[in-house]
Every structure is written in C-alpha cells, then in structure tokens.
Design a protein around this ligand. Structure first.
Ligand code: MG
Length: 240
C-alpha cells in the first residue's frame, strides 16, 4: 500500500510542475497515466463505475470528479483540484491536491490554505482510541472557524484492498461518534471546502460536482495509516 501511495504522491508532485495557463486537463491526465504505468501501477479511477480517465480535474467552482478534456484549458488565476488513485500489487492509494494556476487572488489562496490545514487537523485525530467522527469534527471546526463550509455529499473512506472501504469519514459531525479507530486501519481523509454554501449539484456528464451557488471549492486528500504512535501519511513524499 505504501508503494501505491508513493506513486500517487510522486504523480501529484510531477503534475505540479505542469500546471500553467494554457495547459489542458486532458494533457495532465495523459501525462499522469503514462507516469503511473511506467512505475508498474494501474490508474485506479479509469473505468471505476465508468469514469473515463485516470485523473479527476476540477476547476474553480467544480468540487470533485471533473472529467479531463482537450477543451478544458487552465487559465491564469484558476485553482484546479487533482484527485488521483493508484492500484499496485493488490492495494490502493488515493490523494488529492488543489493547485493555483499562475497568480491567484488572496481569497483563493486563503481557501487553499484553510482546506489543506483542515486536512491535517483531521489527520491528527487518526490515532488509536479516537473515533471516526473525531476526524470529521476537527475538519469541520477548522473550516467553519474560517468562514467556509464543508461539502456534505462526498466523504472520506477506508482504503486498502478496495478503493472505497468502510468506514465512511464525513468532514462534518460532532466528535465521539462512529467506529473506534484502531492501529492498522488505513483511511483516505479528504475535505472538500467551499467559500460559499456547502450544497453541490452534479452536471449532465453525471460526474462533475459543482457548487450550487457558484462559489470556489478546494479539495485536499491523503491516505493515512494508523499506527500505535499516531497517523503516518502514506501519500506524502519524504522531505529531502
Ligand atoms: Mg478518496
């Protein structure tokens, strides 16, 4: 699982270097598919319930599950969420990041900061004897404290031999509920945060989720292993 997760992390890091105005989301998808296959991994999203591509690319008011397209060009000032899953030797890894395109305004920058911070607040709770909703409530508290909302319609999840396993890990809810967290569990924790209301709608392509009010949305995700000493982030590259 650590190998699958490392391929995810390396892929997202490589993609960072490709993000610039004028690049299409399909170019990002093609690049990352080849990158994963070269490393012996299999893109986990391609074909998952009919999803057509390896990478989910969600721009600005798109929340998650955006479909890469040759018509979808990144523009200066956009934010783009990239969500990626890899299957390797029987196990899955899953992570997401929202990157700025060129120069973004301070409001967008703040959204990215708060969303990423909320992910780490959630991860901190992924330790033995906490409960699943301790993760949820830590994420929600940080997001709402900063004046944003957490999306309700999509949640984090257990991950391992399947891409989506029990338990569901919502990004909202009061602490102290749900299954007790145990050493050896592996979770994908993934707050999706809107600057406006949390309501989302699905576009006609049956995949792309957008904010109902057109507000900006960001998404950060890590796959995390629970050890007796606390959480270990598997989809994070070791600092050099
Ligand atoms: Mg996920």
């Amino acid at each position: 699982m650590a190998v699958a997760c490392r391929i995810v992390a390396e892929s997202l890091e490589e993609l960072k270097g490709l993000i610039s105005p004028g690049v299409t989301t399909l170019e990002l998808d093609s690049f990352v598919e080849a990158f994963i296959l070269e490393r012996g991994g299999i893109p986990a999203f391609k074909g998952y319930r009919g999803f057509p591509n390896s990478l989910c690319t969600s721009i600005n008011n798109q929340v998650v599950h955006g479909i890469p397209s040759s018509h979808s060009k990144l523009n200066d000032g956009d934010i783009v969420s990239l969500d990626l899953g890899v299957f390797y030797d029987g196990y899955y890894g899953d992570a997401a990041v929202t990157y700025p395109v060129g120069n973004i305004n301070p409001y967008a920058e703040r959204l990215l900061e708060v969303t990423e911070e909320s992910l780490y607040k959630g991860i901190e709770m992924a330790r033995p004897d906490k409960r699943v909703s301790d993760i949820s409530s830590a994420v929600q508290f940080h997001v709402e404290k900063n004046g944003y909302s957490v999306v309700r319609d999509f949640v984090g999840h257990g991950i391992g031999r399947d891409l989506h396993e029990e338990p569901q890990i919502p990004n909202f809810g009061s602490s102290g509920q749900g299954p007790r967290i145990k050493e050896g569990m592996t979770f994908a924790i993934e707050p999706m945060v809107n600057t406006g209301d949390y309501a989302v709608v699905i576009l006609e392509d049956k995949w792309t989720a957008v904010t109902k009010d057109g507000s900006l949305s960001a998404h950060f995700e890590h796959t995390v292993a629970v050890t007796k000493d606390g959480p270990v982030i598997l989809t994070q590259l070791k600092k050099k």
